[in-house]
Write a protein that binds this ligand. Sequence first.
Ligand SMILES: Cc1ncc(COP(=O)(O)O)c(C=O)c1O
Length: 416
Amino acid sequence: MEKLALFGGKKAIDTTPEYKWPIITPSDKDYLLKMIEENEISYNFKSEEIDRLEMNFKKYLKMPYCLALNSGTSALYTAFIAIGISEGDEVIVPSYTFPATVIPLIHMGAKIIFADSENNTPLISIEDVKKKVSKETKLILVTHMDGFPVQVNLIRAWLKEHEYNALILEDCAQAIGAEVDGVKVGSLGDLAIFSFQQKKLLTGGEGGLLIIKNKEYYERAILLSYLQKRSFEEISDGRLQQYCYTGLGFNFRIHPLAAGMVNQQFSKMDNYADKRRQNMRMFEESFNSIPEVKLIGRIHENTLPSYFSFKFLYVDEAVDITKYVEALNAEGVPIVVSTTKPLHLEPIFSNFNSNKFSMDFLNKKLTSQFADPLIYCETYSKKVLRLPAYYDLTKEQVIEFANAFRKVGKNKNSLK
Ligand SMILES: Cc1ncc(COP(=O)(O)O)c(C=O)c1O
């Protein structure tokens, strides 16, 4: 048997494929340089690039209102303010999500109710959501985690059937290009957010987007994020107009250069998502006989994922996951245990008792853990492995990865 690289044997992979993202072409550089030369560096001075970004998305998602903002986090914060989340309002959220999906809600004093995930997936459990919804629920947040879409249509139909009025907000930060029943994420709920931070499939380095169906929410969102010029130009509601000069205390405008970068990538986005799907198909072909891991290819048949990264469930009981990862890393596989943690176990929620956030809150000692365990997301988070979302991979490179996994699998007794 070949000795593991971890113990001095020869590495299974000589040259680990490099992960580099985004792809910036010479024409992207020329485009951005031209923007600088034309002084297109602030919305209030010249707004074409930002208008173009919003128009692109309105057409792409067939949604009426869209605001380009400086991050996904500020898009979430703006959404919560726009729909009027305030102290004590019930909001159902996934525990397994990026912190920014939920944390802004503590500034409004919302009553945060965590839902578990589906078994062995990163997605919010619709069954658990159904158990937790009440007439008091104002908002249900879903995250299309890792590019796997949540079946928002099922939640929506169930809410309607039971005459609940809760709104649905989709966090699409990791899932641009994904679909449910042929419909793009971002157009399935009442509101949606995207992020253009560097790791995302469509990126401007930093940036975010808020998608809204309702005009009143849209105008409130403008007031919060684009005070003065845009507020004066677009707000038609007489009650809101009186605040156009002062705004509501924030400026979340996107930088035009970030918008320019996003626009340059926009037409290539579907190709990027397709490439990731092709890569996933290669993984599926090569990883079918590796008993230690289960590749997460598709979760629900009627959905089309866009893959934020390539994920594997570690299903071996005998060897500790960290040892397994160490052995793979030594062979040249850049795999890591996913860093996403269930939020309900985090100290910020241990202290949280529906009071609005204040700095005093940070000084409190941990009082109690969140009441209910959420078994599925707690278990999933401990056994999921991540490979970067490579754009370009050859069949040979995927086979090399698979061979490295096989080598570690065959030698696993030496890891115990
Ligand atoms: C699911 C999810 N929501 C929200 C965000 C926040 O986006 P941003 O980093 O642009 O603030 C991220 C960013 O990683 C994310 O992954």
